[in-house]
Design a protein. Structure first.
Length: 584
């Protein structure tokens, strides 16, 4: 690929990459950048889009970068073939960029936002009619912000001439500036000015060898700074400015030809586009750390979900429900609520009525309603404590995973809101109602029939005893009205005798004994049904809590899915960005 040949993934799709970048920045959620920095990056992306729309401008902006005393003004005048720059221009504006342009050459539109950073100097040197030259402040000045101004203004440059001298080429600050320069490396050229100091007179012996030694050393240092094949010119701008015939070692004519060669629109577009590619790389590179943070956050969410679903946490839910139910008088409440006066007959019903009078219990439905409310409230409170444990563990996991702010704060805030939105009181009350309604549907019809059967049997025995053996035989032998009436009269007569009263007492005793037995069985049945209700409630309330936890897990899954989508998009943007060191 030639030095200014457009990259296949360069200018043509830079607009799409910028749109993707703005989409990521606009979304904001799960982007590990402070809000101020996110807005600054978006403004920078918009500036690059504007520069992308200005690629067809034919004017080249060339910047001269160097330290103090390297002869930038002399070099500029030599390039223009007449004095256009003077010390008087620089003296009152040591911290500003000096722009030298022909009076008929308009300023690039992109420089409109940089007003106040440069001083516009016009000239009438036709030799540089289509080129704007920028004399940047000395980066090695004692004033610290000079270096910052040079770096900031470089984004407007198309080509950069790095100017130094044999005395200053080894200055480490020169190469620090070179490494930090936000420009495409193929648009750099290096100028070793004032090379004539090696040739004070024509008879200097070994001067050319000394110059070659400096050039080799200079080239090596530039390569170590990241440029594999730098374009380097050895010149004496003063010799060229004085109009002397160029010495054999003076490459100024080649430098001038490189700077002012006629370039077609495609080449100029490629030069400008290469710089925009590097600017985009610098912009997208600030998201590189975000990819690592998003991956750490994904691991954090995975661990938090695994912790929440762990069997031990499931056992904790069981303990939560049990700790609530064990504190409630559940069996007594349920047994009382399940009592139905129609389930018991005769003496058993009488004993049940006396027991209720003695206990002075409230109405069954009021008791169950109060129980349901207390259980729901207690379960909500206990579940909140359980969720607080998850939240605290999540905060510790985020720190352990190395997720940093603002991403960590955003994730933990999302988790906190999810946990706060979980409420189980209403669902628990509904579950209790359903369980009790199902329990009430279990009837006692068989018990009622057994009570009737035993009552009839005992009454039959009483009638047999009162009727006597002879009376019943007569009725059975001749079941006519006369014998039946006679049997009834005999039974009434005998009922008020000593034998009859004894039989009646025996009948009453048996009824009471049978009633007591049925009553005890009924109470045991209610207790077993109450225990079954407790077990059903345990299961139902665990289900309520698990569904609530599952809602939280779904939030974590959605959160992770959204974050992974953002990570993939950021990765796509960063991968699409060209290598900063394009000369490699």
């Amino acid at each position: 690929m030639g030095p200014w040949e457009a990259s296949p993934t360069g200018v043509d799709d830079l607009g799409g990459r910028l749109r993707h970048l703005k989409t990521v920045l606009d979304a904001g959620s799960f982007l590990p950048l402070p809000e101020e920095e996110r807005h600054a990056l978006r403004r920078r992306a918009e500036e690059l889009e504007e520069k992308l729309r200005q690629l067809e401008e034919r004017t080249l902006l060339i910047g001269l970068v160097g330290g103090t005393g390297v002869g930038k003004s002399t070099l500029m005048n030599a390039l223009a073939q007449e004095p256009i720059a003077s010390v008087s221009h620089r003296r009152p504006h040591t911290d500003r960029v000096l722009l030298y342009r022909h009076v008929q050459c308009p300023l690039p539109r992109s420089l409109g936002a940089g007003e106040g950073l440069f001083t516009d100097v016009t000239h009438q040197a036709d030799a540089v009619r289509h080129v704007i030259m920028a004399d940047l402040p000395d980066f090695d000045s004692l004033v610290r912000n000079h270096r910052d101004r040079v770096i900031a203004f470089m984004e407007h440059l198309d080509l950069v001439l790095w100017v130094t001298t044999p005395e200053k080429y080894a200055d480490a600050r020169f190469y620090e500036m070179l490494r930090d320069a936000p420009k495409a490396r193929e648009n750099f050229a290096f100028v070793l000015n004032k090379a004539d100091i090696f040739f004070p007179d024509s008879g200097s012996l070994g001067a050319l060898d000394d110059l070659n030694t400096v050039v080799r050393s200079f080239r090596r240092l530039v390569r170590e700074a990241g440029l594999c094949d730098p374009v380097l010119y050895v010149v004496s701008a003063q010799e060229a400015l004085e109009g002397k015939e160029a010495s054999s070692w003076n490459q100024f004519p080649f430098l001038r030809r490189w700077v002012f060669q006629e370039r077609d629109a495609k080449e100029i577009r490629a030069i400008k586009g290469a710089n925009l590619d590097v600017a985009f790389h610098s912009l997208a590179g600030r998201l590189q750390e975000g990819i690592l943070q998003l991956e750490k956050a994904a691991l954090f969410l995975e661990k938090l979900a695994a912790f929440t679903q762990d069997e031990r946490r499931s056992a904790d839910l069981t303990s939560v429900v049990r700790s609530v139910l064990v504190r409630m008088p559940g069996q007594e409440v349920f047994a009382h609520s399940l009592e139905n006066p129609e389930d018991l007959l005769g003496a058993a019903a009488l004993l049940s009525w006396l027991a209720r009078l003695r206990a002075s219990s409230p109405e069954p439905f009021q008791t169950v309603s109060a129980f349901g409310g207390e259980v729901s409230a207690a379960l909500e409170k206990r579940f909140r404590q359980y969720l607080e444990g998850i939240r605290e563990h999540g905060a510790a996991l985020a720190l352990q995973a190395g997720v940093s702010d603002p991403l960590r704060s955003e994730l933990l805030e999302r988790i906190r809101r999810s946990l706060e939105n979980l409420s189980v009181a209403e669902s628990a009350a509904d579950a209790i109602t359903v369980v009790l309604e199902q329990a009430r549907k279990i009837g006692e019809a068989s018990r009622r029939w057994r009570q009737r059967l035993w009552s009839v049997l005992v009454t039959a025995l009483l009638l047999l005893a009162l009727g006597g053996q002879d009376g019943w035989r007569a009725v059975l032998a001749q079941p006519g009205p006369t014998n039946v009436v006679g049997l009834c009269a005999a039974m009434v007569e005998k009922l008020f005798s000593g034998t009859g009263l004894a039989a009646l007492g025996t009948w009453a005793f048996l009824q009471v004994m049978l009633g007591a037995r049925f009553y005890r069985e009924y109470k045991k049945s209610l207790q077993r049904r109450s225990e079954a209700i407790i077990d059903s409630l345990q299961s139902a309330l665990e289900g309520v809590l698990r569904r609530a936890v599952e809602e939280h897990l779904e939030v974590l899954r959605q959160c992770r899915h959204e974050m992974e989508g953002r990570r993939d998009l950021v990765q796509q943007i960063v991968r699409a960005a060209p290598s900063k060191d394009r000369s490699d």
